[in-house]
Design a protein around this ligand. Sequence first.
Ligand code: AHR
Length: 512
Amino acid sequence: MGSQRAKLSVEDGNVIGLVDRNVFGSFVEHLGRCVYQGIYEPGHPAADAYGFRKDVMDLVRELGIPMIRYPGGNFVSSYRWEDGVGPLERRPVRLSSAWRSLETNQVGVNEFSSWCRRVGAEPMMALNLGTRGVEAALDLLEYCNHPSGTYLSDLRCRHGYPEPHNIKVWCLGNEMDGDWQVGHKTSTEYGRLAAETARAMKMVDPDLKLVCCGSSHTGVPTFPQWEAETLSHTYDVVDYVSLHQYFDDNVADLGDFLAQSMETDRFIRTVVAVCDYVKAIKRGKKDIMLSFDEWNLWYHTKAQDDDTMKNDPWQGVPKLLEDVYTFQDSLLVGCMLITFLKHADRLKMACMAQLVNVIAPIMTQEGGPCCRQTTFYPFLHVSRYGRGEALRSFTMSPKYDSKRFTDVPYLESVMVKDPDTGDLTLFAVNRSLEDTLVVDLALHGFQSYQLETHLVLEQEDLQAANTPEQPNRVVPAVRKDSVQDLGGGQFQISLNPASWNVIRFSPVYCRI
Ligand code: AHR
């Protein structure tokens, strides 16, 4: 084990953008055990009067999640929202074609929206533009948001929800470019349908925020032409375009694995460029913002899931996508989060996919406890300390080449300033597996600052994971003696190999 040097300098006022709170969003899909046995398990000792698990709600609140996308995902593209409202005993059981399982509809828009508010989040509602269209979208909008006095708003009142859900953010379908999607469309077909749905919805409420489907990943042959064509139809009536990205371990080595967030960066830059290209063609004034509304790692259980869906389909609550995340997975999640903050000017919403059990930071046992996965922690740190102004930095880091990436910096980092308190938080990953990174940090134009704390997530065993048997195997710790204050806003920080770091500074106020 050796050591390498890096330099980092930031200047007060050199701001990339204000980090939007909705960048810390999440996603609940009717898939596997995300809803049933995840957030909702009537009969569980921790269930509340509505059947929702209070222990899970506590962890969701701990993550500080402001917005949760629902009800899919692929599920939504054949969903009839009407099945999920009204008396529970009259709700039909349906086939969920996307996940080859059964949907009992015991949770629907009313239960989800009120649960969402109870955990301090707002719902982000996805519409079915696979098998349905403008009329069903308008009906759902009227049912959810109109106060009363119409057929559908009065129906909601009769269903026990007199207050409107007041859902402001709506996704115009899900991954409509993918041939796996029920009701998959060409970019022209989707662009027209999304535009007409958006136009009709904004006639009802011009303040709605609407998200147009971008490409489901960068590997599809239609990327980024899909964005250019669909936005050419929807530019005037939508506010965001979506990005989805999942990483796997189909890589040469760990260096290559951790470098994958460079692909996130490239993806964001390309989509911003396409949005601006369409704006120029339209002679438009507004910028289309980015909603990274599905992101994560997804690979541990893929083979098993394919087998379940093929050979044991149509189960009520199948175990699907129950990835148990390792320590090395949490490092890549950290790199993705840092990348999001570096694009705080245009990336205004993001949803980690998903929230519970299904590629999730929270895992539950049926009838038993729930636990925090390794990936819970970088998300928690960034959600808790990453709100404020993301600062542009000048970085000099040693680099490496991996099989798929060149010039990968060992140091991945971003600094965020809390404008209310003046506190500074540096989020940093050392991608080197062998070497300590000694970082010379210079704070320019700030008054004098002192170190508050250095939190670290690190493990000898990169495959270490948190399980029901060992729920606290990978947890953050406070590092001592890792930051030297050299005076005059200069600090020397030591980052251990393969580590996630949160280094917090606060202003020193002189008493007059
Ligand atoms: O999050 C799992 C699935 O990934 C979602 O249903 C779909 O939108 C994406 O392909």
